[in-house]
Design a protein around this ligand. Sequence first.
Ligand code: BES
Ligand code: ZN
Ligand code: ZN
Length: 468
Amino acid sequence: MKLTVTNQAPTDSLLLKFYSKFEIPDLGNLSFLGEKGEVWWASTNELWVGLGDSSEITSFRRIVRKLFHQRQDRWPAQVTVDVRGRADIWIENIISGILLGGYQIGLYKTKQSTSTSLYQPGSIIYLLTDRPVNGLQQLAEEIRHTTEVQYQIMDLMNAPGNKKSPRTIASWALTSAKNFGYEVKVLDKGELHEQGFHALLAVNQGSDEEPVLIVGEYTPDRYQHTIALVGKGITFDTGGISVKPSSGMHLMKSDMGGAAAVLGITELAARLKLPVRLISIIPSTENCIDGTSLKPGDVISSYAGKSIEVIDTDAEGRLILADGLSYAVRQFQPDTIIDLATLTGSIIQTLGYSAAGLFSNNSQLAGELIKAGNESGEKVWQLPMWEEFEEELTSDIADVKNFHGKPMAGAIVAAKFLEVFTDKHPSWAHLDIAGMAFGDQDLYPGKAGTSFGIRLLLQYLKNLSQNQ
Ligand code: BES
Ligand code: ZN
Ligand code: ZN
């Protein structure tokens, strides 16, 4: 699909005009009310689409995406969207809503559904503007790159456990780095042993798939900030010996949502040449069961040298992140470090599918992430990290334990566990995206990856480079 900016609507394409409830043109015609998802033929080649009465522009993306998805087979190969007089953020949300509406989860169907012209190669979306054409070109490019990355990341999320191993994720990263001009190195099992990634290796014990640590580095010509991103890359989480109930276990193919977001934003930063240096660290393994698996009660070591009592083998994400965080802090001395992880069921009980949990020791960083969340529509909500929660980590026989064994404050205690492995870095944030990474509420409720985190981090990085 091509995005073409123009000052003149091509005569043979369908003209689309989007109106919120407060903007409907006064034609004395009452048939069109601008309600959410409403469509109205203004003439044979002009269609009006209602956006409802929300005051949040980001909600338009969801409305448009849903509408375009539902009517996938109805859109012609060329459409013109009227963006005259519209702000960048409006254009970004409407156009990416249209682009994302074409996403299909039937990756492995042998017969691909006969979709629609608009979502076939060769289609064109014209952006009809009254600004000089090249004033919008950059925005159009940014939208295209962002949605292209989101498509790939959704594919990665939706791939099942037998189609994605830690090695597959590593190959994805290597290919991406080659295509878009950044560095990736992959530490294999031998190197992980040599360098002391004990916690990652412990989680990997019961798996036939080799673990990896993926280390990405995107360095632009000019930059002021080095940001390290750490993503949880569990390609399948059975729970280990503390096995999960079978009913929803198949969804645990999505337990690499943090890794996916980190991979995605790294490629996107390189594509858009953002002026921020990014270090991306992805510890990746399955969490499986066999005779060599980690057992509840086992005591393991970690990259930081701290000993951990493993009370519950299903709390594996924090173990591999512990090693990833310590490695990031010690090897790269970043200005800021942010980890993303589908870490706890507890965060879903707390915030549902509306926002990611944010935990940080730095109020400026927290504020920047909250702002980026509101601007991008990928919301985050801060939860406390009070000292008193630290007691929950006390182990009788080791430095810390990985689970307090109580049905309370699960997401917070998990965050406190991670904090132990940040070497008191002054600018760290943890995003628990368990409710947001999978279970696309609009198109495929409970069934598909969302690519959550990419737009949030893009906005955060753009704001950061604007303020420098
Ligand atoms: N991957 C899960 C968390 C999760 C749950 C992600 C639901 C997405 C949807 C994580 O590894 C896990 O199992 N967490 C346990 C921790 C507990 C045993 C301390 C949980 O939250 O139940
Ligand atoms: Zn788990
Ligand atoms: Zn997990």
